[in-house]
Design a protein around this ligand. Sequence first.
Ligand code: GAR
Length: 202
Amino acid sequence: MLTRIAVFVSGGGTNLQALIDAEKSGIIKSGKIELVISSKPGVFALERAQKAGIKTQVVSRKESQGQEDFEGKIISALEENGIDFIVLAGFMSILSENFTKKYADRIINVHPSLIPSFCGKGFYGLKVHEEALKYGVKVSGATVHFVNEIPDGGKIILQKAVEVKEGDTPEVLQKRIMEQAEWKLLPEACELVSRMIQEEKI
Ligand code: GAR
């Protein structure tokens, strides 16, 4: 049986697109993307999912009555769709320990730096690249890791270094890291973990 995947998004969804393309091309073959959950309405990631014929659901953090209500709605959606694996692809809400414990070894995340640098609470999206440039690192990259109760603190699955170039802006560095690392690593890790779940190794 294929591992039933839900992808969580909050924005543009280029990593979601990489996952959709990887499923089409057979890089992801042990799992199937069954559901896309967005924490924000109207984001482009939802259009990408709809275009690929994937079921979507918006669970707004803002319109929820606190974290428990927000996560309760997410859990209902996951259970209704028989989801057994969650991929965070640019999901900008932090999940509580309650949630991450319930889905231990069943959630992965892509982060746009080499963890443990430039990660943890407050480090997301462009902010990560701004801080990397401010610090003056010559190498950055991306990390795919399991998600536990510590933000960006779970076991590392895959990591790839990307060169920082003279004159980089946060936007330019973000794009290079996406192209050279994130869009390859996330589908690879997604297949790896989908297969482990399918084979009941985790
Ligand atoms: C990606 O760079 C992803 O690694 C990052 O946000 C971007 C989302 O882009 N995620 C984080 O910073 C999580 N801490 P996308 O919506 O185009 O995939």
